[in-house]
Write a protein that binds this ligand. Structure first.
Ligand code: NAD
Ligand code: ZN
Length: 353
């Protein structure tokens, strides 16, 4: 779990005070990984106080984070700093938060990031790392994974060393998120809740957080009486609780299939989950009905026919990626999931999307 959290509108201003005692030496800089959307946003960057060799690296989030991108960042940091950094600070959405976690881990673990995609393969604690979300929903700010696209698979580096040492939850940072993206990333949280709460891995710990997050999502996406600030604050907490819920359970069918879409077609996580979930009535009847109501209320039109022109080889790639996510299927459908989900069944489902 994340050991230290600050919550509140404007709490981003506490960052400098939080970091100061963590500086190891004047040769050990703080490296800020910031979503490039903030490059010309003085409102955010002017509040960072850079000293000595501290540095901002702006990262594009057009594509989801890759293992090769993590390796390149680690190499450039090692080559240009006199000592290991004092800390890595990720400021952005799930993409940047995951990059920050991965870079922190790979600065202290040998080899390449792809070698650690899986469960509990990391041997050494990472560099001190801080997460500051600027869009809410993924739960990446609280989770023990960092999801990366590798040469062979899209899979997280799941370990006890992955969670941030410190998180700052300042909902004001999310005020300029575009409406469609707000919905897609928000639905990632909603889908985390449905998949966790209906899964066979559920226990009381997961259920408690999942119920809380699901209630918040229903309020946020279905009710009319919340102010902008309430909407932003509640989604930030929904994301946190949704992430906590899956920390002790798992996601399910939508995530497994969405990983396939993302690997083959580069479709991003939030929208990919929405595209898949829209067709999963058979597995999550109540959850999908509510999702459709949310979609309608916010006038969201999802892409259609994205799999209609794929070749058999492409389907095979996507299906293999999805089927490899064994814990997700087991959580969703129980130990005998292979009797329900066959490659043929998956192809039928993908063809609907
Ligand atoms: P994202 O980080 O890719 O950002 C989506 C878009 O929103 C980008 O264009 C970004 O520039 C923009 N954006 C972010 N903050 C903004 C702001 N304040 N104002 C304006 N624009 C802003 O999206 P995401 O949905 O947060 O993250 C998706 C990633 O998270 C995927 O790579 C996925 O694999 C990963 N993920 C990780 C976990 C985990 O537990 N580690 C869980 C779920 C998803
Ligand atoms: Zn997700």
């Amino acid at each position: 779990m994340v050991p230290r959290v600050v919550f509140g509108r404007g709490s981003f201003n506490q960052l400098n005070e939080i970091l100061a005692p963590k500086r190891v030496s004047i040769d050990a800089p703080f490296i800020y990984l910031i979503d490039a959307v903030f490059k010309n946003n003085n409102w955010l960057t002017s509040r960072l106080s850079l000293s000595y060799d501290d540095r901002i690296i702006f990262v594009s989030t057009e594509e989801e984070p890759k293992t090769s991108q993590v390796d390149a960042l680690v190499e450039s940091i090692i080559l240009t700093t006199k000592a290991l950094p004092s800390g890595i600070i990720g400021i952005g959405g799930g993409s940047v938060l995951d990059l920050a976690k991965a870079v922190s881990l790979m600065l202290t673990n040998e080899g390449e990031a792809k070698d650690y995609q899986g469960w509990d393969l990391i041997k050494n604690p990472g560099i001190y790392h801080v997460g500051i979300p600027t869009i809410s929903g993924t739960g990446a700010e609280v989770s023990r994974t960092t999801v990366l696209m590798g040469p062979e698979k899209k899979l997280g580096i799941n370990s006890d060393f992955t969670p941030f040492d410190q998180v700052i939850l300042d909902s004001e940072l999310t005020k300029d998120v575009p409406k469609d993206q707000w919905f897609y990333t928000g639905m990632d949280c909603y889908i985390h809740c449905i998949e966790s709460l209906t899964g066979s891995y559920l226990n009381t710990f997961s259920q408690t957080y999942g119920d809380m997050a699901l209630g918040l999502c229903k309020e946020i996406f279905l009710e009319n009486n919340l102010s902008e600030i309430e909407l932003q604050e509640k989604l930030m907490m929904a994301s946190w609780h949704g992430g906590m819920s899956i920390a002790y359970s798992q996601v399910g069918v939508a995530h497994a299939m969405s990983y396939g879409l993302s690997y083959l077609l580069g479709i991003k996580h939030g929208i990919g989950n929405c595209i898949v979930f829209d067709h999963l009535e058979e597995f999550y009847p109540e959850g999908v009905a509510i999702f459709k109501a949310m979609k309608q209320k916010h006038n969201i039109a999802l892409p259609q026919g994205i799999c209609s022109n794929l070749s058999d080889t492409e389907f095979d790639v996507m299906i293999t990626i999805a089927l490899n996510l064994v814990p997700l299927w087991e959580n969703a459908l129980g130990k005998n999931w292979k009797s329900i989900i066959t490659p043929k069944k998956l192809k039928e489902l993908y063809l609907k999307m």
